[in-house]
Design a protein around this ligand. Structure first.
Ligand code: PLP
Length: 391
């Protein structure tokens, strides 16, 4: 994978000095936090974008049939899903879609179930829409593997006050890719309790080792109230130009959501998104396979460095993040965060940003070179050794 040569000159959120200063207390940080990649985008996508912009203008555009054809083939080939154009709505971001669904189908103070530690914007969106966050925390089994607490989920789902479950599959930050048996149980619980299931599948294309991703769309014949929020922005490092999709097979649900999308004019397209994605669907797979191999290599390197360390790696099944367990080393999150940040200069996401269930964990973004990953994890390991020696 070629590294993005403009990393230092681009105004990227992950290296914004003001953001770094406010989050990490200094701007001289090796940023391994925000979930985007340090790799150049695939060559065919670069070529297509250059071709699109040279000697051209940007009038209002629509997504052409060739886009839908490429997209349909991608979902069919990769996920055995028959994407029906009419069932797909577009919005600028997944969080926009989730806000709208919450506002459409629930009232203030209704409960929305999430499974922390989880992508913090779920919590933020629930708060901002004045709904209630209902937690169904994941269970950490034998200190190394996260599972859904189905008994607790059943209880939470039973309450008439709770209306929506937001599932994250693959799960950010713990890296689980939910298996068919798990998805079936979720579907059953949602159906029995008349919940709407929002499945955020944005990380679906980065599946590691021998794991296998299944979309909840495969259960659409058993349960109708499903909205899949997804995009290929993460997959192809296009977060800065890509929009997102809401796939909604249920017509009634879709029409309600569509009317709100129309109200805010969300479906408006962006010429660069369309070109980049169509090319990605048609020609991006070799780059993606190479990316997955690179991420797997990075995971294995971390495992190797940490094999005799008190820091534990939660083996990721998907995503390009790793979830590191520092519970045996630090007593409180502040001490952990400041010690690791100050000593190593590596900027990671603190686990408690994903809910208190993530306390004393850190999420590290490993979509970068193997050298950088090894260098950073060695620094972290050394910081922990020194901290232990100073006890
Ligand atoms: C699970 C999950 N959903 C959504 C997003 C962001 O998507 P969007 O930018 O479309 O809101 C992220 C980004 O990290 C994510 O991890």
């Amino acid at each position: 994978m070629r590294i993005d040569k403009k990393l230092k000159e681009l105004p990227l959120t992950k290296s914004n000095p003001y953001t770094l200063e406010s989050l990490f207390g200094k701007s001289d940080i090796t940023p391994m936090w925000v979930a985007d990649m340090e790799f150049e985008i695939a060559q065919p996508i670069q070529d297509a974008l250059i071709k699109r912009i040279s000697n051209s203008g940007f009038g209002y555009e629509y997504k052409p049939e060739s886009f839908f054809k490429a997209q349909k083939e991608w979902y069919q080939k990769k996920y055995n899903l028959k994407l029906i154009k009419e069932q797909v709505l577009y919005s600028p971001s997944i969080t926009t879609t989730i806000s709208i669904i919450i506002e459409n189908f629930t009232l203030e103070n209704d409960g929305i179930i999430i499974q922390p530690p989880v992508f913090m914007e779920f919590r933020d969106v629930i708060r901002k829409t004045n709904r209630k966050i209902v937690k169904n925390p994941l269970k950490l089994v034998e200190d190394r593997h996260y599972e859904i607490d189905f008994e607790d989920l059943k209880e939470k789902a039973k309450s008439d006050n709770n209306k929506i479950l937001i599932l994250c599959n693959p799960h950010n930050p713990v890296g689980r890719v939910w298996r068919k048996e798990e998805l079936e149980k979720i579907i059953t619980i949602c159906k029995e309790n008349n919940l709407i299931l929002i499945s955020d599948e944005i990380h679906k294309d980065i599946i590691l080792f021998d794991n296998h991703f299944t979309s909840v769309l495969h259960y659409n014949n058993r349960f109708e109230n499903i909205v899949v929020c997804t995009s290929e922005a993460k997959t192809f490092n296009l977060c800065g130009i890509s929009d997102s999709m809401a796939i909604i097979p249920n017509e009634k649900l879709r029409n309600t959501i569509a009317s709100n999308f129309k109200k805010y004019n969300l479906g408006r397209t962006n010429a660069l998104t369309a070109v980049a994605l169509e090319t990605a669907y048609n020609s991006g797979n070799p780059w993606l396979q190479n990316l997955i191999k690179t991420i797997e290599k990075n995971v294995n390197s971390i495992k190797e460095v940490l094999k005799d360390s008190k820091i534990k790696l939660i083996q990721p099944e998907g995503t390009y993040q790793v979830w590191l367990d520092f519970r045996g080393i630090y007593n409180n999150t502040k001490e952990m965060f400041s010690n690791l940040t100050e000593v190593t200069g590596v900027g990671m996401n603190a686990g408690h940003w994903y809910g208190r269930e993530g306390a004393l964990f850190m999420r590290m973004n490993i979509a970068t070179t193997n050298e950088k990953v090894i260098d950073s994890i060695i620094k972290i390991k050394k910081a922990v050794i020194n901290k232990e020696l100073s006890k």
